[in-house]
Design a binder for this molecule. Structure first.
Ligand code: TXA
Ligand code: MG
Length: 342
């Protein structure tokens, strides 16, 4: 199939492209769309065939459930079996935005969308194009990240084309994503609620509404074999370039020294502050004390490492607050939890 590239800079001026994308979604087709976190591969969440087509295009294991995206709070109720008491307060504080909530699902959500689970993950994105498309499609949209399964998530339309050209009906180009890492995922199906994937809505922010929220053990440590996983996504190697990734916890100077002692060839991922200290080749991913700048650059940097065909990458990591925790979680997964302190 040929993949249409639909440019949308302005919802009014580019109405025709927006309508093209909406018509494809209404027809049960696959369209990669921008959200504020990463690009999503969207299709009708209520159609078993549309969901199956998403798994096929991504090469995604069918037990890894999809996030269902809505554009108005009223769209939540039909998707869930019973309202969780904390949900209204969470939505009030964090929706629209980068928070996904796992809730008991209703029969309206087909098992193809929920990966066979009796729960459903729901999120209301804040990106104007995503919201407009959900509304115009007239149905909630299932949308996993629009990458081939296992690769880093796409943060611009070119990443989506690279991974999915010829496999999806259209890619909407709405420019680069602001956040750069996927949404925070929590579940309200456990008591107390649990953080399953860190993101731009941080633990500190969540505690304002859910004072007793816990971090799932799979977030910052490898799960033991045969462990019961709270989120199927945790089982899979993720966000990974083809290279072997090793995280190095060090300040700029010791990192540069460490690299000098390593056998070549390898590449480095480092911070803006390291330029001039670290020998080439390197790729910069944000500033040392600015988790948001790291989040915005991370997946593009991991994809660049693949473009350079690096086989080994040393990534400098530094203590990070807030969204820095999400960056660390993605890097742990990209490295298969391989971290050293020189
Ligand atoms: O920011 C995002 O969330 C992006 C954009 C496109 O919205 N989407 C995204 O989807 O990252 P995906 O499919 O790449 O990641 C969804 C994660 C997976 O790790 C999956 O296992 C988990 O959410 N998940 C989905 N439904 C779940 C459920 N019912 N219970 C537990 N985990 C669930
Ligand atoms: Mg993904």
């Amino acid at each position: 199939m040929t993949t249409k590239l639909l440019q949308i800079n302005d919802l009014e001026k580019d109405k025709a492209a927006l309508e093209d994308a909406a018509a494809l979604l209404r027809a049960g087709r696959l369209v990669a769309i921008p959200t504020e976190t990463v690009y999503g591969l969207a299709a009708n969440a209520l159609s078993p065939d549309a969901s199956k087509a998403i798994y096929a295009a991504k090469g995604r294991p069918s037990d890894n459930p999809l996030i269902v995206h809505i554009s108005a709070y009223e769209q939540l109720e039909p998707l869930i079996r019973q309202e969780a008491p904390q949900m209204a307060a969470l939505a009030q504080r964090f929706w629209p935005g980068p928070l996904t909530v796992v809730l008991p699902k209703s029969d309206l959500v087909p098992p193809e969308t929920s990966g066979g689970l009796d729960t459903v993950a729901v999120r209301m994105p804040s990106h104007p194009i995503a919201r407009a498309l959900i509304t115009l499609a007239g149905v909630p949209l299932a949308a996993p990240s629009a990458n081939r399964s296992g690769s880093p998530s796409p943060t611009c339309a070119a990443h989506c084309m690279h991974d999915l050209e010829g496999r999806v009906d259209a890619v909407v180009d709405g420019g680069p994503c602001g956040v750069g890492v996927e949404s925070t995922v929590i579940t309200l199906c456990t008591q107390p609620p649990r953080l399953l994937r860190p993101g731009a809505v941080t633990l500190e922010m969540l505690r304002e509404v859910l004072p007793d929220i816990e971090i799932d053990p799979g977030v910052f440590a490898p799960l033991p074999e045969n462990a019961v996983v709270s989120s199927p996504g945790m089982k899979y190697r993720h966000y990974a370039p083809k290279a072997r990734v090793v995280l190095v916890r060090a300040a700029a100077a010791p990192f540069a020294e460490f690299l000098k002692r390593q056998e070549k060839p390898f590449g480095a991922l480092c911070f803006e502050e390291d330029i001039g200290m670290v020998e080439k080749p390197y790729i910069v991913y944000g500033r040392e004390k600015d988790g948001q700048s790291q989040a915005a650059a991370l997946f593009g940097a991991l994809r660049q490492a693949d473009e350079y065909a690096w086989e080994l990458v040393y990534v400098r990591i530094a203590p990070g607050e807030g969204v820095g925790q999400a960056v660390y979680n993605r890097l742990l997964r990209a490295s298969g939890f391989s971290e050293i302190t020189p």
